[in-house]
Design a protein around this ligand. Sequence first.
Ligand code: AQP
Length: 328
Amino acid sequence: MKRVVSGIKPSGELTIGNYLGAMKGWAENQHKEGYENFFFIANLHAITVRQDPEQLHKRTVDIVAWLITSGVDPNRSVIFVQSMIPAHSEICWILNNYVTMGELGKMTQYKDKSSKGGKDGQIVGLFDYPVLMAGDVLLYDADEIPVGVDQVQHVELARTIAQRFNNLHGETFKVPKATLSANTSKIMSLNDPLKKMSKSESVESYVAMDDDYDVIIRKFKRAVTDSENLIKRSDDKPALSNLLSIYSGFSGKSIEEIENDYSGQGYGKFKSDLGELVAGALRDWQTRFSEIRNNDERLDNVIREGNAKAETLANEKLRIVKDKLGLH
Ligand code: AQP
């Protein structure tokens, strides 16, 4: 049996980048034979950037409801909340001693995020983020970590930490590998195709899972495009290539099929169809989301049961690690 572990931060409204790069693949993965899946809400990661406490809690529960809406079935997958399992914080402290400042300083996410806030942005938690993430997956002996391209560097570091610990203390952690969703592993911003679409960037740069129909249509109409008015993917047309990936992710069609469908047609028609495709899909999901989100009792149960299953495994691994280090 292979174990899949992945998380998502409640640091803003979920975007179609989160959906296409992560949640969609998580839901699909549940139907593969021989896999068990653990998905968590990474709220300890979210506080590496200032959050409003009420919003943070609300978004944590929202994401559980969005996971269920997008097809993650709590009867097939374990859904849990990171902060409710103290082993995550504890393993992070232990693993801090198996990584160097130099290794952490190379992480692109840290460089990007810390540079935005000047000196005040250089939060230790942000610097240490990859170590907490290593703990998140190593605690569960994860085999595969389905992530977007942006997180691959962190999974590589988790592998290094696991191998280093194993070399020093004997086989303890499984060494996990990152898995990527084809075409959609990096969805780019709608107003700057060289930047990742992110939930903490300006609202015009992303489509949120709960954006209104008309807003979505407008955002795609305004999305930047490249010079030549031809629907053909290429490296020198990053804006169009990104819109093609989104179209492919929502329609299930290959990029080639879409290019054929639009041969001889310009950006205007393509962007308006894309808007309708995404807005139509999200409108249906938003209705389902509201029903799921309004059932507090069910959501509480999903979280309680998920936490209990995850905590049993996490505590067992933490006990093994602490025994090896003489921390008992
Ligand atoms: N634009 C994206 N394209 C593909 N995958 C993406 N993911 C995020 N954005 C894209 C994937 O979604 C999963 C959960 O991400 P996260 O919320 O834990 O962290 P993140 O990558 O930092 O996401 P954001 O939206 O950019 O959040 P902020 O703005 O708060 O930093 C991951 O698997 C991620 O790869």
